[in-house]
Design a binder for this molecule. Structure first.
Ligand code: SAM
Ligand code: DTB
Ligand code: SF4
Length: 327
């Protein structure tokens, strides 16, 4: 059992990034093996339940009303459609169904509808995750009561670079929502995006923020920016793929018991790069050919890569059996 730390300094994290690649990966992979089955990867499927026309100004996002992108706006999806999509995800082997909405925050009326979705998806035997923007304390309590398993709310980048990316909500707002989610007893899914033109020191600082939260998020999505035409970040210089792998490895070392998700951006990654990410400690992905508005590798491609690597996609029942067997 590792002693989890919440007092990482920037210079310690910078030193990890500066290690020779093989030393960094060895350290990350060793910790990964101590805490997880290295050949199991959790799979979640994403669905956008409300698309576009978002009042926020996130510079990376296809769904901001301020960005001229050609996505199709959609109102909140009907419950029946969500259930159909969740059933299809379950059939394809997903263990968790994540529903995202392009809101700054949900109204209480919106939340009534989303709660019906959470209950229906839970009833299918899937884990549930939501990402709806900021939440009040009372809203997180309602979601907990409804049986929500995870809430995704990302810090996105370092506090230092944040103002270059979003101006309509503060870093502090994000930390407040995360505290509400944590206090309600819902699992926290929180990570960020790299490849947004930030410096390495911003990646250091983002990971420091995540690792120094009072409790590590149970799930840490590391997204590679998906460049979308019409957004201010379209055309930004691409991140060196090995620097992305380093980011996964450092996340694994700082938060050894958290599930690290190799999140958006996989369509641009080679199989070899993804294999390195799994070795470095990534043990979750989004599965299915669509993220929220952009594409993701199709299921067959992922199945083939998992076969080549001898990776199993862990579903909830087998995870529970494993835990019971080792308890
Ligand atoms: N509107 C809610 C919010 O922002 O909290 C929930 C949905 S939002 C799309 C969820 C997360 O997706 C963002 O915080 C961001 O980290 C990630 N994301 C959005 N667009 C992305 C892109 N183009 N590339 C990579 N990640 C992206
Ligand atoms: C997260 O960290 N990544 C997901 C999920 N949480 C909601 C979203 C990725 C979105 C990629 C761009 C899009 O498809 O619009
Ligand atoms: Fe809106 Fe979320 Fe996109 Fe920001 S990331 S513009 S809050 S949908």
């Amino acid at each position: 059992m590792n002693t989890l730390r919440h007092d990482w300094t920037k210079s310690e994290i910078t030193r990890l990034f500066a290690l020779p690649f093989n030393d960094l990966l060895f350290q990350a992979h060793s910790l990964h093996r101590q805490n997880f089955d290295p050949n199991q990867v959790q799979v979640s499927t994403l669905l956008s339940i409300k698309t576009g026309a978002c009042p926020e100004d996130c510079a990376y996002c296809s769904q901001s009303a301020r960005n001229e992108t050609d996505i199709e706006r959609e109102r909140l999806l009907p419950l029946e459609e969500v259930i159909e999509k969740a059933k299809a995800a379950r059939e394809n082997g997903a263990s968790r169904f994540c529903m995202g909405a392009a809101w700054r925050n949900p109204t209480d009326k919106n939340l009534d509808k989303v709660i019906e979705m959470v209950e229906a998806v839970n009833a299918l035997g899937l884990e549930t995750c939501l990402t709806l923007g900021m939440l009040t304390r009372a809203q997180t309590q309602r979601l907990k009561q409804a049986g929500l398993d995870y809430y995704n709310h990302n810090l996105d980048t370092s506090p230092e670079y944040y103002g270059d990316i979003i101006t309509t909500r503060t870093y502090e707002d994000r930390l407040d929502t995360l505290e509400h989610v944590r206090d309600a007893g819902i699992n926290v899914c929180c990570g960020g995006i790299v490849g947004m033109g930030e410096q390495e020191e911003d990646r250091v600082s983002l990971l420091q923020q995540l690792a120094n939260l009072p409790q590590h998020p149970e799930s840490v999505p590391i997204n590679m920016l998906v460049q979308v035409e019409g957004t201010p970040l379209n055309g930004v210089e691409q991140l060196d793929p090995l620097e992305f792998v380093r980011t996964i490895a450092v996340a694994r070392i700082l938060m050894p018991e958290s599930v690290v998700r190799l999140s958006a951006g996989r369509t641009e990654m080679s199989d070899e790069m993804q294999a390195l990410c799994y070795f470095a400690g990534a043990n979750s992905i989004f599965y299915g050919d669509k993220l929220l508005t952009t594409s993701n590798p199709d299921e067959n491609q992922d199945k083939m890569l998992f076969d080549r690597l001898g990776i199993n996609s862990a579903d909830r029942s087998t995870q529970e059996l494993d835990t019971a067997a080792t308890a």
